[in-house]
Design a protein around this ligand. Structure first.
Ligand code: GLN
Length: 316
């Protein structure tokens, strides 16, 4: 579903978004994720780009109102949830903050580091991060996570049950990771519950517009760009952006950073989020992925816009 854009004072930005959309729409490299059967069924030609500026303006081009699964982009917002409760040094000592050169679902980093997670965006670190949320029950833990996501989105998000079922039926590998974490003392909660909550967070449905708005808070020092409410502490934004910078696109993070110069995060649902601190959040959605699990058109759109609009942080 495409949307009508209201008149904007940022016409040059909207023009650049339209150019990106038109020129990249025909790129047909990559393929939908298929290890989660539902994701293979999402139309591959969907393509949306949305920007949320720190003053609350939203710009949208293409399929920005289509619901898709957050998948690994959820890891950014669960990290935000935990950092509200735990200081960043404690978090770093428990989960880590270094880049990995392994695929997102690898167990090699666990093996190499005494079964200790390496960063919050690899699946192992993300599942361990879920376990750090202080809660007396899985329901309370889940409510804290979805409550955080809702505050970032400025609306109530829901789990896409079809994605959740599809992923729950096929997540034996992630359950295995959870039990490895348990065996090394890196997970203090029931491994199956932690994995289930992780699977639920990955199945939350958002639109490209939602994603831009969610990122807008990270571009705006923790204050929601539309509601003006504080969502997270200002001091928690830099460590989140640092994690995105280091590992947001998995083994392709270096290539992405080399060209876009922005902290980013991908999900195998086809979403991409990039943060331009103090200016805006950039969200793109296009299901076909590169071999590392990052949206091909989404990355290209981010790189194009960063270049043409002068947003590369290393050029400042
Ligand atoms: N739910 C997915 C998984 O655990 C998320 C992976 C991703 O988006 N990179 O495999």
């Amino acid at each position: 579903m495409s949307t009508q854009q209201l008149p904007t004072k940022r016409q040059h930005v909207l023009d650049a978004m339209k150019t990106a959309h038109q020129t990249l729409q025909s790129v047909n490299e990559g393929a939908n994720a298929s290890y989660i059967p539902y994701l293979a069924s999402v139309p591959s030609n969907l393509f949306g780009i949305a920007l949320a500026f720190t003053d609350g303006e939203i710009l949208e081009v293409g399929d920005t109102r289509y619901d898709f699964a957050m998948e690994s982009i959820s890891k950014v917002f669960t990290l935000a949830c935990v950092l509200e409760e735990m200081d960043k040094e404690t978090f770093k000592s428990k989960i880590g903050s270094n880049a990995s050169s392994e695929p997102f679902n690898s167990v090699i980093d666990l093996e190499l580091h005494d079964e200790h997670p390496y960063n919050p965006f690899d699946n192992a670190g993300a599942i361990a991060t879920v376990g750090l949320i202080g809660a007396a029950s899985p329901e309370e833990r889940w409510n804290k996570i979805i409550g955080t996501y809702n505050r970032f989105a400025g609306r109530e998000l829901t789990v896409n049950d079809a994605v959740y079922r599809s992923e729950s039926d096929t997540n034996a590998h992630n359950r295995g990771i959870s039990w490895l974490l348990k065996s090394s003392g890196s997970l203090q909660v029931d491994p199956d519950h932690a994995c289930d909550i992780y699977t639920r967070q990955c199945s939350v449905a958002i639109t490209c517009r939602d994603l831009a708005i969610m990122g807008g808070t990270l571009a705006n020092s923790g204050i929601h760009p539309v509601t003006g409410k504080r969502v997270i502490k200002e001091e928690n934004v830099p460590p989140i952006l640092a994690e995105m910078m280091m590992n947001g696109m998995y083994e392709n993070t270096g290539n992405w950073l080399y060209s876009a110069g922005l902290p980013g995060k991908s999900g195998v649902g086809g979403g991409i989020l990039a943060i331009v601190p103090g200016i805006c959040a950039l969200a793109a959605f296009a299901p076909p992925l590169d071999v590392h699990g990052n949206s091909v058109r989404g990355q290209k759109a981010g790189i194009f816009l960063s270049e043409i609009l002068g947003w590369n942080l290393f050029k400042k």
